[in-house]
Design a protein around this ligand. Structure first.
Ligand SMILES: CC(C)(COP(=O)(O)OP(=O)(O)OC[C@H]1O[C@@H](n2cnc3c(N)ncnc32)[C@H](O)[C@@H]1OP(=O)(O)O)[C@@H](O)C(=O)NCCC(=O)NCCS
Length: 365
């Protein structure tokens, strides 16, 4: 492993776990306020993890990652720890874990006040030495002090599944990351889907941003659509979006100069009947990510899902000419969405599991 970034060791720390020669210490790493040396070490770790497990995906530029991770969310408290290996001449990061805690001071987050989302990873050649357990111990202690009884996590790798099961985690839902190559799309079919739009509906396209007044008007309908997404055996309640949560989200997208495109089908009363939205970032110009596709309950089964998805694809072809690939995350139990996506030619790029773990089953450290 080639190391570009070394951070001087400030305090010698004890070896932990079953180590083979080197010393590992676990310390907080706050990416909101990390020093340049800490960021350099984090980027080095990120590159190793990327080569380990997702080399098919674009590696985001350092500046883009820093811009988005330095920005605090008003709604989630982000806490992280790194596992540092003392190499003798300096330190490098070989593992990292973070926890996102819904901030219960905001009424929108109260329904999720008992939980926290966690994700961590350890460089391949450092696995099965107890480093993951030590990192998880920090989360276990945080869960106890913050009064969180449930920890949720995702993994796409076999050792991640084994690790989460080892700590009593239960896979509650499988998800897929699906991709569509635009040069393989049957555009005649897409145009036919769009042309089948019922005459009482009109299409509004918001390109780049949705004005907040328009967003606020649509939010109750969008929240109802989100609540209807099949979530298999997941127990955590859906968080309802408020206008200020959307503003917070927009501010974070704005850090990376991201664009939010939303296509809305409204009925004669001006009410939202169907919508689809997508995100595009200049750092990954060849791709756009579908966010949500939703049809109001009383308008389902009339081809609106296909029509709004077709409208979104036609919009991408016309307005985002650099885009070659559409990406989307789908729950495996979401049969209607998967059926539409499969007909369009989406294929599964990766899949993973969403886990729930009782916090009192976690180690403490
Ligand atoms: C999950 C991950 C962080 C574990 O790190 P680690 O340092 O290897 O974990 P530990 O050594 O502390 O393992 C603790 C226990 O988990 C279980 N476990 C971990 N990896 C396993 C594997 N590949 N096969 C079977 N069991 C495994 C074992 O019971 C292990 O205890 P043991 O070694 O005494 O048998 C690491 O595999 C990883 O980075 N995976 C990719 C990212 C990911 O999927 N993260 C999961 C979401 S947090």
């Amino acid at each position: 492993m080639v190391l570009a970034a070394f951070v001087p060791t400030s305090t010698p720390s004890p070896a932990g776990g079953r180590m083979t020669g080197s010393t590992i210490s676990i310390r907080p790493l706050d990416l909101h306020s990390a020093s340049a040396a800490e960021w350099a070490a984090f980027h080095q770790f990120r590159r190793i993890r990327h080569a380990d497990s997702c080399r098919d995906e674009p590696l985001l530029p350092d500046a883009a990652v820093e811009a988005s991770r330095r920005k605090r969310s008003h709604y989630w408290q982000h806490v992280g720890w790194a596992a540092w290996e003392d190499t003798g001449g300096g330190e490098r990061i070989v593992g990292y874990i973070h926890a996102d805690l819904p901030d219960v001071n905001h009424p929108e987050m109260a329904s999720n006040g008992n939980q926290m989302f966690v994700h961590g990873s350890v460089c391949k050649e450092f696995r099965r030495r107890g480093i993951g357990t030590r990192l998880l111990g920090k989360v276990g202690t945080l869960a106890a002090t913050a009064g969180r009884s449930l920890v949720t996590s995702t993994t796409e790798q076999e050792d991640g599944h084994a690790f989460l099961r080892h700590f009593g985690g239960e896979e509650k839902m499988r998800y897929e990351e699906n991709h569509l190559r635009l040069d393989r799309v049957d555009w005649t079919m897409v145009e036919r889907w769009y042309a089948a739009l019922p005459a009482d509906l009109s299409l509004t396209t918001y390109a780049g941003r949705v004005p907040m007044t328009a967003f606020e008007r649509m939010l109750p309908a969008i929240n109802a659509m989100i609540a209807d997404i099949p979530r298999d055996r997941m127990s955590i309640p859906v968080i309802e979006n408020s206008a200020s949560m959307i503003e917070d989200w927009y501010a974070r997208i704005g850090q990376q100069d991201g664009r939010h495109h939303l296509l809305a089908l409204t009925d004669a009363n001006g009410e939202l009947a169907a919508m689809a939205d997508l995100l595009w970032f200049p750092d990954t110009p060849d791709r756009a990510g579908h966010n949500l596709m939703g049809v109001r309950r009383d308008r389902r089964g009339q081809g609106l899902g296909k029509a709004i998805k077709a409208a979104a694809l036609l919009h991408v072809r016309k307005s985002l000419p650099t885009v070659e690939l559409m990406t989307t995350g789908n729950n495996q139990v979401n049969a209607p969405t998967l059926a539409i996506n499969r007909q369009l030619g989406f294929f599964t790029q990766r899949s993973g599991g969403f886990y729930e773990i009782a916090a009192d089953a976690l180690p403490r450290g």
